[in-house]
Design a protein around this ligand. Structure first.
Ligand SMILES: C[S@@+](CC[C@H](N)C(=O)[O-])C[C@H]1O[C@@H](n2cnc3c(N)ncnc32)[C@H](O)[C@@H]1O
Length: 212
């Protein structure tokens, strides 16, 4: 059962945060675009992007791909629409089609085993029930498909882990983002089989290639 109150809280936070999101992202790691591109090299076939936000992954969409991209927040999606128009105008969109939809990752309106690739970047820190969202990713992914993630999570290093625990109440309240999620445990709880993990910023940001 989706916790509607917590989900509405996240939607409102991101609706409010949408105007600032790209600014904050631009101030973050200069290598984020490179890591996004690295993740997308594993994507193919019919693709679902979960929690697309302002559409920062759009320049990485593969040549000729059919992409469906969902998000909970209409304000974030509106920015994704504008980015898509701009990429199209500038001839920089390589995907054949992009379908943007408002949808909750915890209860998706897609049939089982529908997509070849299901991908998310920096999303499972915000989905109120991450295991429910991951179970949905697994459900809509074909059995021989791929689940690709670029996610920040709680560090297993003692000092960093404790620091993230201390910061979590603040980030959760201000931007609706949890910085101490145990994402590897959550993937296991959702029945997703991790094939490969690459630590990108200590063990806090990780690139994950997995199977449903
Ligand atoms: C930190 S942003 C990341 C956006 C984008 N993936 C990126 O890499 O820039 C998290 C996004 O996840 C979305 N989100 C959070 N919970 C969600 C849910 N239950 N269903 C769909 N999207 C959700 C938020 O609205 C927000 O746009």
């Amino acid at each position: 059962m989706v916790d509607q109150a917590r989900t509405e809280f996240v939607r409102r936070r991101y609706n409010r945060f949408a105007a600032l999101y790209d600014l904050m992202e631009n101030m973050g790691s200069g290598r984020m675009d490179e890591w996004r591109r690295q993740l997308w090299t594993h994507a193919g076939g019919k693709i679902l992007e979960v929690g697309t936000g302002t559409g920062r992954n759009q320049p990485c969409y593969p040549e000729g791909a059919e992409v469906t991209a969902i998000d909970l927040s209409p304000a974030m999606l509106e920015r994704a629409r504008l980015r898509l128009e701009q990429l199209r105008r500038e001839g920089r969109l390589r995907a054949a089609s992009v379908d943007l939809r408002e949808m909750d990752a915890q209860a998706m309106a897609f049939p089982d085993r529908f997509f070849d690739t299901v991908l998310a970047t920096c999303v499972f820190c915000t989905v109120p029930d991450p295991v429910a969202g991951m179970r949905e990713m697994r459900r809509v992914c074909k059995p021989d498909g791929k689940i690709l993630l670029l996610e920040h999570m709680r560090s297993e290093r003692r000092g960093w882990g404790s620091l993230l625990d201390a910061l979590d109440p603040l980030t959760a309240r201000i931007v609706g983002t949890h910085v101490n999620r145990r994402t590897m445990d959550n993937l296991a709880a959702a029945g997703i089989r991790v094939e490969r993990v690459e630590n990108l910023m200590l063990d806090i940001l990780r690139l994950i290639v997995a199977r449903p």
